[in-house]
Design a protein around this ligand. Structure first.
Ligand SMILES: [Zn+2]
Ligand SMILES: [Zn+2]
Ligand SMILES: [Zn+2]
Length: 287
């Protein structure tokens, strides 16, 4: 299974175009891996996790095609994870036969998309599904779905107000498994108990708060929490001994230079994600 990080930023990404803070200016000066689009992960070429405002730009910048997408998972309705115009682009392809796209998302995120098209172009849900070759299927934590060659397991997050539904997701095929563990604050006992049954080749963890000392939230993780979650996953066997723990969903309040993040996280066994990072899970190492 190939896991491609399309965007390793959170919120507006890094830099925030409106912002002149030291981190944004550092990222602008450094370029390269310090520049981060909003969060999304592509599995092989047919499964996408989240479709925030930067997804199409990420695909363009990385030279990737999305024509073969068959499954889209939307973790939650926050705008860095769900950009409703994403579906609009699917109605205007030429010389391209798009496969049906099945979207698994919390019910409130589906309602956001449906009402957006109702308001913007007066399409009802049926018209939206037909014109964009898409079907929407509600999911919530605890569910399992089969999507082509993938098995999807949905888990509860610690994120957002109680009125918003959020899912984390495990994606596995015959040879490997990936856990998409953000956006989330520190995991609940319920989630740890559920995860104990699985063994992942790679996990992606929320690193949104990082080393900020003047911002407190239980909706995202601090650097020490990200590191502790990775260590516990390894110790409990949720992450295989040679598995990869990724820190991702960086924001400009907490991250400027990619190299500084590497110096902080990597000695602790946590790999710093960047846009375009590609993991080949369950595949023999190259020559
Ligand atoms: Zn987010
Ligand atoms: Zn900034
Ligand atoms: Zn969020």
């Amino acid at each position: 299974m190939k896991v491609i990080v399309l965007g390793s930023g959170g919120g507006s990404g890094i830099p925030n175009p409106f912002c002149l803070c030291a981190n944004c200016e550092t990222a602008r000066a450094n370029g390269g891996r310090s520049l981060r689009n909003s969060p999304a992960v592509l599995i092989n070429d047919d499964l996408l996790i989240d479709c925030g405002s930067d997804v199409e730009n990420s695909a363009r910048q990385l030279g990737l095609r999305l024509h073969n997408l068959r499954t889209l998972i939307i973790t939650h309705r926050h705008s860095d994870h769900l950009h409703p115009w994403f579906f609009w682009e699917r109605r205007s392809v030429s010389g391209t036969e798009l496969p049906l796209l099945t979207v698994y998302a919390p019910q409130d995120a589906i309602e956001d998309v449906v009402s957006f098209y109702q308001t913007s172009v007066a399409w009802d849900r049926e018209t939206l599904e037909q014109r964009t070759r898409t079907v929407f299927r509600p999911v919530r934590a605890g569910m399992m779905k089969l999507a082509g060659r993938y098995r999807l397991r949905f888990f509860p997050a610690s994120h957002g107000e109680t009125r918003m539904e959020v899912v984390l997701v495990g994606v596995s095929d015959a040879r490997s498994a990936y856990f998409h563990g953000y956006d989330s604050g520190p995991y609940s006992d319920e989630l740890w108990a559920m995860l104990a049954r699985y063994r992942f080749d790679a996990v992606a963890l929320d690193a949104c708060i990082g080393q900020q000392t003047d911002y407190h939230s239980d909706q995202h993780m601090t650097g020490p929490q990200t590191i502790a979650h990775a260590a516990r996953m390894r110790a409990d066997g949720i992450l295989k001994p040679d598995g990869i723990a990724l820190a991702t969903h960086f924001v400009h309040q907490a991250a400027g230079s990619h190299d500084d993040l590497v110096r902080y996280y990597e000695p602790q066994g946590v790999t710093v994600a960047y846009d375009g990072l590609t993991l080949a899970l369950g595949e023999p190492a190259g020559p």
